[in-house]
Design a protein around this ligand. Structure first.
Ligand code: ADP
Ligand code: ASP
Ligand code: MG
Length: 413
């Protein structure tokens, strides 16, 4: 029998009834003889509610205290699930991240897991107990509570699976697998049987939140067999797999489309055209710990350029203030900002060996009269920045153009 780490997301534990349903599923696997470590998220909406409470007190909540606060959401669900399992006659024990020694660095709100002590969990598993662990949280070297960033329970699940050398890490969520694009935006999206780690990493980093990016990094690094499944229906879900396991003959050009509404655009107008200027602009932005995504430079008149880049929307005001404070030393004329943009990305390892993806992408957008503001590419990805108003139109059009639409729609839907 195998050792399984199962992670249940917020919607899957969103009410007492749903927690009971998770307990039914866990007890079924336990009854079949599997050893189980179950990671849970907070009930859906709870983490947002806690963050909003903090923001009622401080605009920028103290990061350490914010982690003490938001980690409570998961403490509720581990206890409730363990009670539901005990009611079913299963010996279960709940643990916070700190209790099972998920040790992290001290970067509050976005901590990285450094080490996990598996002894306590292994002793429970030996005794046929189900181990229930709070996702999203850990503890630093000084005993402070830390959290792993939004969506971080996925990473807890994968990290525990790696540390325990589990046979599979199963991510149970409110969709029955990874789709060609967010099925909530495109009803014609298709579930993928398999996707490579590399593509999943790119999908996650381009905004597809079905898996937290760090969980995919972890799974790739430690070769954790990872599967995304529905907590409401039965089905095989989607296996995240190593590259060579997928037959390249069957590989479509584009495997998936991701989108992101979280970015904002900053244009620095009239930047002098001389060496060192880009670093004068982006240096202070980096020093303020603001991540930059897409960068484009246009040649303007009179030996000046316009430099445009994108940052997370939450960082826009800060980035603007940093640039305005440095405007004279950069020698630029003006800072313009826009937050009504969105990024659409095509992802696929098939792009490596085929030209023409970009051309088809641009043609498709042009047909719908969608203006491309910025473009960026990597070996297996092409991203464009467009006006947010056209996001759905763009994603749907591209989904059809690259042959990703579901072949037939079943009557039941
Ligand atoms: P959980 O609370 O279980 O962690 P999330 O809301 O974090 O669930 O992630 C699941 C959601 O991810 C789905 O409801 C879906 O809307 C969204 N999603 C975005 N892109 C995709 C995709 N390519 N395939 C499947 N789901 C996706
Ligand atoms: N509860 C946390 C969040 O909402 C972690 C998670 O759900 O994965 O971000
Ligand atoms: Mg999630």
């Amino acid at each position: 029998m195998s050792l399984l780490v199962q992670k249940y997301g917020g919607t899957s534990v969103g009410s007492v009834e749903r927690i009971e349903a998770v307990a039914d599923r866990v007890s079924r696997f336990h009854g079949e003889g599997h050893d189980l470590v179950v990671v849970v998220s907070a009930m859906s909406g709870e983490t947002n509610r806690l963050i909003a409470l903090a923001k009622d007190i401080q605009d920028q909540p103290d990061p350490r205290e914010l982690d003490v606060l938001v980690s409570t959401g998961e403490q509720v669900t581990i206890a409730l699930l363990s009670m539901a399992l005990k009611k079913r006659g299963i010996d279960a024990r709940s643990y916070t991240g700190g209790q099972v020694r998920v040790l992290t660095d001290s970067a509050f709100n976005k901590a990285r897991i450094q080490h996990i002590d598996v002894d306590r969990m292994q002793a429970d598993l030996q005794a046929r107990r189900v181990v229930v662990v709070a996702g999203f949280q850990g503890m630093d070297g000084q005993g402070n509570i830390t959290t792993l960033g939004r969506g971080g329970s996925d990473t807890t699940g994968v990290a525990l699976a790696a540390a325990l050398k589990a046979d599979e890490c199963q991510i149970y969520t409110d969709v029955d697998g990874v789709y060609t694009t967010d099925p909530r935006m495109v009803p014609k999206a298709t579930r993928l049987e398999k996707i490579t780690f590399e593509e999943m990493l790119e999908m996650a980093s381009q905004g597809s939140k079905v898996l937290q990016i760090r969980s995919v990094e972890f799974a790739g690094k430690y070769k954790v067999p990872l599967r995304v499944l529905s907590s409401f229906d039965e089905g095989p879900g989607t296996l995240i797999t190593l590259d060579e396991e997928i037959n390249s003959m069957e590989q479509p050009l584009v495997s998936g489309i991701a989108y992101n509404r979280d970015e904002a655009k900053i244009t620095l107008v009239g930047v002098p055209d001389m060496p060192g200027v880009a670093s004068k602009v982006l240096g202070p932005i980096g020093a303020a710990n603001i991540e930059v995504d897409v960068i484009v430079q246009n040649v303007a008149a009179n030996n000046t350029n316009d430099l445009t880049f994108t940052v997370h929307r939450n960082d826009l005001a800060r980035a603007k203030a940093v640039l305005e404070a440095n405007l004279d030393s950069i020698g630029a004329k003006q800072v313009l900002t826009a937050d009504n943009i969105a990024k659409v990305s095509l992802v696929g390892v098939g792009m490596r060996s085929h030209a023409g993806v970009a051309a088809t992408m641009f043609e498709t957008l042009a047909k719908d009269n969608i203006n491309i503001q910025m473009i960026t590419t990597s070996e297996i990805k092409i991203s464009v920045i467009i006006d947010e108003r056209y996001l759905e139109l763009a994603v749907r059009g591209l989904h059809t153009a690259f042959g990703l639409d579901k072949k037939s729609t079943s009557v039941a839907e």
